[in-house]
Write a protein of this length. Structure first.
Length: 75
């Protein structure tokens, strides 16, 4: 899923990201507004990952869950 699509619908992803990554805080995600660099840094810091691991983890998460989250919200 392209990151610009993620950014455009960021509010739809906040809750599910917090469920799947238990150390994320919804308020922080809302403040980031889809800023990829901030999100990667935050995920790395909160989940004991390198920034590269966090980047790859987010990429895989959005590939696996992004469209499902959008479809669920649209229904």
């Amino acid at each position: 899923m392209p990151w610009n699509a993620v950014t455009a619908q960021w509010h739809l992803f906040v809750d599910q990201l917090c469920v799947d990554f238990r150390f994320l805080e919804p308020a922080a995600l809302v403040r980031f507004r889809g800023d990829r660099l901030k999100m990667v840094t935050y995920l790395a810091e909160t989940h004991d990952l390198t920034e590269r691991e966090a980047c790859e983890t987010l990429k895989m998460w959005f590939e696996r869950n992004g469209r499902t989250t959008l479809e669920t919200q649209a229904a």
